[in-house]
Design a protein around this ligand. Structure first.
Ligand code: PA5
Length: 435
């Protein structure tokens, strides 16, 4: 049983039911290509099996490392970029206390490195690491990506200076390819504990592999529930063959039709700030998967009502090339009462009997009505609450719809040839030997 639902009632003002029905053969073809593993990039479909076929030894090893890191570290630094860190950040920031930086949580805090080349960022991180006990989790499938490799070189030296080479080696964990790449070679030479990113799982589809599972477990969250949620979603959306009943096919069809109508930007919206990094993860997943051959919907993101006070004007009245997908969370975990005020100078007593969650939902409803009236189609994904299980559901839902959407656009959703262009120029400008 999944708790995630998908609705598109408001999009029917923009896309007729007739067109939705006419798209059934196209989405069914994509669905069959994906499930029979015969479509483009089919050597990168290992993510389809991650929720159901995880290796018990790997999970035990993750729990053992988690215990060790929890016992000796206040902080675990996750070194990685793109798919090598965004999934972890999406899940942990959605689950952790909003102000976990300011209070003990009983688990090591995750800090991040290697996702930029900022000198000041790394400097400040080193200052923090001078004062805390820490471990390093280095993640790179290729093992050669410049940003994390540079950060790791600096942090490895810091770790060895702080703890000595032998103890540092017990505080460094690598997640990389089974055989290839500089990180694998380094890990072998130094005797680091390693986990493998399966060959057939690309970076942005890897959150349910050790890439996400290890740091998420280290941060104190239940990875078995995350996998279970993903598996429940997998069973539902890979088995329901009727496009009118399959929520992944429905979402892929709506995106496809809206794109045909030149709605070229999807604004992924949440009303919970803790979903900020989940939306960052979505942006990478869809941007890197769909944006090819001069095609693809541009994935943008916003947190409302915050961004209604910055982007709201544009969404309401700017260029009409947008549609919105709202991730709506039904239940809050906690309650904060609104006090009654005799003076009522701020005029808020009329809200006193309502919960903040109710007011947040009302903001959502009012925004939906205004945006639809302003020409912005609205799709809606609803989850009961934010938990490991519901995030697992959502992760697999987006991965699967992303693959379906890529096939409907007739592109390979699993490669990223365009990412090489900036690297080539940068290496040339830096004078990298052999370039
Ligand atoms: O999805 C992808 O494959 C990319 O975004 C990678 O995750 C990212 O470029 C990092 O690559 P690597 O893990 O090889 O360092």
């Amino acid at each position: 049983m999944i708790s995630t639902t998908f609705t598109y009632r408001d999009a029917l003002n923009f896309v007729s039911e007739e067109r939705i029905r006419q798209s059934a053969p196209a989405v069914r073809a994509a669905f069959e290509q994906l499930n029979s593993r015969t479509g483009r990039g089919n050597d990168f479909l290992g993510w389809l099996d991650l929720p159901s076929q995880h290796d018990a030894d790997m999970l035990m090893e993750i729990q053992a490392v988690t215990k060790k890191v929890s016992a000796n570290s206040d902080v675990a630094v996750v070194i990685g970029i793109g798919g090598s860190y965004l999934g972890t950040r999406a899940v942990t920031e959605a689950l952790q206390h909003h102000f976990s930086a300011c209070r003990p949580t009983g688990a090591p805090k995750l800090l991040y490195a290697g996702n930029s080349i900022s000198e000041d960022y790394l400097h400040d991180l080193l200052e923090v690491l001078d004062e805390v006990e820490y471990s390093l989790i280095v993640i790179s499938k290729s093992g050669t990506t410049t940003e994390p490799a540079l950060a790791f070189r600096v942090l490895k030296e810091h770790c060895e200076n702080k703890y000595g080479k032998t103890t540092a080696a017990q505080r460094i964990f690598c997640i990389t390819d089974a055989n290839r790449g500089a990180l694998r070679q380094l890990a072998t030479n130094e005797g680091y504990t390693t986990f493998v990113i399966p060959d057939d799982v690309g970076g942005r589809y890897s959150v349910l592999s050790p890439v996400g599972l290890l740091p998420i477990a280290v941060a104190g969250f239940d990875i078995e529930k995350l996998l279970k949620g993903a598996d429940e979603m997998r069973k539902v959306i890979t088995q329901e063959t009727d496009p009118e009943k399959n929520i992944a096919m429905q979402y892929a069809v709506l995106r496809y039709l809206l794109y045909q109508d030149r709605k070229t930007t999807e604004l992924m919206v949440a009303y919970e700030p803790r979903l900020f990094y989940f939306i960052e993860w979505y942006k990478q997943l869809f941007g890197e998967s769909e944006g090819k051959e001069n095609k693809g919907i541009f994935p943008a993101g916003a947190i409302f009502s915050t961004d209604l006070h910055s982007l709201g004007q544009y969404i309401q009245e700017g260029e009409r090339n947008l549609f919105e997908t709202v991730i709506s969370v039904k239940n809050a975990h906690h309650h904060v009462s609104i006090p009654f005020d005799k003076e009522n100078i701020d005029g808020l007593n009329y809200l006193q009997q309502k919960s903040l969650q109710e007011i947040n939902h009302t903001a959502e409803e009012g925004t939906r009505m205004a945006h639809v009236a302003g020409g912005v189609p609205n799709l809606r994904i609803e989850m009961d609450n934010i938990s490991e299980t519901s995030l697992g559901e959502l992760i697999f839902f987006f991965e699967y719809t992303c693959a379906l959407s890529g096939y409907m656009l007739n592109i390979n959703p699993f490669n990223q040839p365009g990412v090489e262009a900036y690297k080539k120029n940068m290496f040339k400008l830096l004078g990298k030997p052999g370039v």
